[in-house]
Ligand binder design. Sequence first.
Ligand code: HEC
Length: 220
Amino acid sequence: MFESKSGILLIAGLGFFLFSVLSNALVPVLLYKNLPEKTVEELADNQNLIYQFEDLSQRYPEQFEKYYGEPDQKNLAAALRLGRDLYVGEGCWHCHSQNVRPVSNESTRWGKVASSDEYQNELNRPVMWGTRRVGPDLSREGGRRGNDWQAVHLFNPQSLSPGSPMPKYEWFFDDKNPSMPNKRGIAVITYIQWLGSWLEEYPYYEDYKPLEDQMLNPLE
Ligand code: HEC
């Protein structure tokens, strides 16, 4: 049978098709049978991220008040949803991946290798793995830079990273001013700070201090 044409067709056609259904559909379904998909509200219930959202409300008080009001968890969830929609709509995923692979020592550069349960949530429908890396992987970007850095970088990437091919996103700001992120700007920055907020290694919260204290003791 294995030497005949029909045998080859059977194994190559049907056999591998069945194998891929098994490995790509059935195994994941069974793996996550008992791990419910997290909603955005559940994702927003995270101290690292709440810290960042409050920081945004203190850094850009007028803009924040105008577009979001209070830095509560309901508004945080709304910002996350809009941030994800903008990430999709603006094509950030054309240039950025969200998946640290277990090859090429990627974890040395970006941190923990991705595990599949990290994608078991509403903001990953569809998953934002991306297809190529013109810029760096962003799945561990949260907390790596401050909100003001992210704002200036979105407004004019080349001012912080000379020669960067990343486009300017001036429409994330009012009055063409990097200190005035609008609803979209605040949403995208919140989404960026969310990336990796579920990991223990999230860098920011360890040194958590209310912003007023940071300003009183800037050198501490
Ligand atoms: C044309 C490709 C391209 C697009 C589109 C793009 N980026 Fe980038 N991005 C880059 C490159 C290249 C870098 C590295 C150089 C730099 O810092 O500007 C980068 C850097 C970054 C960084 C800093 C990473 C770090 O910590 O060093 C963030 C955050 C980021 N991009 C977010 C975004 C977001 C959000 C969008 C969509 C609104 C976006 N990028 C769209 C290419 C792109």
